[in-house]
Design a protein around this ligand. Structure first.
Ligand code: DP6
Length: 368
């Protein structure tokens, strides 16, 4: 099932437009996100094997400006600057992405783009930027559609299309177009949950609406296996089917915990999901390990701290070695002391990021 074959969105240029080299630009700051129930395994055109749910981050984000011009034959369709330096590999990735969403935004064919992108987190901090980076570009495309055609009338239409397009670039990116907590993947839990785009979940207890996530950088080495390759390895993983079922069963349980403010259930699921993700990597045909010794030390320290203090402090991991330490905002001062006294020295270069549940992408209108 596909949506958005919008053949009508073709720009009717007149010669004056072409002669004046009409152009414009859009700017978005889009956040990264952390899945608590993980998306790991996909099929077809970016269809997840199981539903996932994530919190949108705030401090870990990508700022993207997308300038567009009337396309001149033989010129590059995409010129990409990452941190003000031209990056041809990123440009190639965006050209591929534009090819995947062209049926949704046929006007792409008539335009060429100059993109400037920078991440708030230091390069090589081991934080995946595909969710924030690709959602920012999808949001820019939706704004360009608005500029020419005014077709995305409601916010719902706008963000749903942005989420759908983001998914085609990177699965987890479809959850980054909304703030708070976002679900992606069809499920019996709610009829409006879809494999094609993310859906914001608003029935969340206040304690989880401003949850803290302190990201501890265990290593900033380049990942040895990409997420895309990791998803592929699930196809021959002996545990795949039972894993997909586990995630499906967990979704209602986690949603209830989020609604009730039940930290104990939340923490149990969050930690088990993180370790299951890494267990799946270790048990795939071409086995691999992304955790580092420091990751394990941090996990031990967090569990010990929880035991000693009785505080609700839990960990999660993405497809990488870094630890996301999750806890309620009201113990922030105390937990920061713990970070400084015990965890900081295990972080590569002493690096960590205090993050928290965020409000979602922010648009910066053109002020010229
Ligand atoms: C472990 O979204 O990066 O972060 O769809 O191939 O781009 P592609 O993969 P990606 O996978 C993310 C996996 C994860 C879990 C999650 O975010 O749900």
């Amino acid at each position: 099932m596909e949506m958005y074959n919008n053949e009508k969105l073709v720009i009717d240029w007149d010669d004056d437009d072409k002669n004046y080299n009409i152009n414009g630009y859009e700017k978005w700051v889009s956040p990264s996100n952390l899945a608590i129930i993980k998306y790991w395994g996909k099929e077809g055109n970016q269809i997840p094997k199981n539903p996932s749910i994530s919190m949108t981050l705030s401090e870990a984000n990508t700022t993207t400006t997308m300038e567009w011009y009337y396309r001149v034959p033989d010129e590059e369709t995409v010129t990409f600057f990452y941190n003000e330096k031209e990056n041809k590999a990123f440009a190639d990735r965006i050209v591929k992405f534009l090819g995947k969403v062209e049926h949704m935004f046929p006007f792409i064919d008539d335009l060429q783009f100059v993109i400037h992108s920078k991440n708030s987190f230091p390069h090589g901090a081991g934080i995946a930027s595909s969710a924030s980076g690709l959602s920012a570009i999808a949001l820019c495309l939706c704004k360009i559609e608005q500029y020419f055609f005014d077709t995305l009338e409601s916010d719902e239409d706008f963000y749903r299309k942005a989420s759908y397009a983001s998914r085609l670039g990177s699965g987890s990116a479809c959850r980054s177009v909304y703030g708070g907590w976002v679900e992606w993947g069809k499920s019996d839990v709610r009829e409006d949950f879809s494999d094609l785009y993310g859906t914001p979940v608003s029935e969340i207890h206040p304690t989880f609406r401003d949850m803290k996530d302190t990201i501890l950088i265990a290593s900033n080495k380049e990942k040895s296996v990409s997420s895309t390759a990791g998803h592929k390895l699930m196809e021959n993983n002996d545990y795949a089917e039972i894993r997909y079922q586990q995630a499906k069963n967990r979704l209602p349980e986690l949603m209830k915990a989020l609604q009730d403010g039940d930290w104990a259930t939340f923490g149990k699921i969050a930690e088990n999901e993180a370790l299951t993700l890494h267990a799946l990597m270790m048990s795939s045909e071409d086995s691999y390990i992304l955790m580092e010794p420091a990751s394990l030390q941090m996990i031990e320290l967090i569990r010990q701290y929880r035991k000693e203090t009785g505080h609700h402090v839990y960990f999660s991991l993405d497809a990488g070695p870094n630890i996301h330490m999750l806890y309620p905002a009201d113990i922030d001062t105390e937990v920061r002391k713990f970070v400084n006294s015990k965890l900081k020295k295990l972080c590569q270069g002493g690096k960590f990021i205090y993050d928290h549940v965020g409000y979602g992408p922010e648009y910066y209108p053109n002020e010229d």
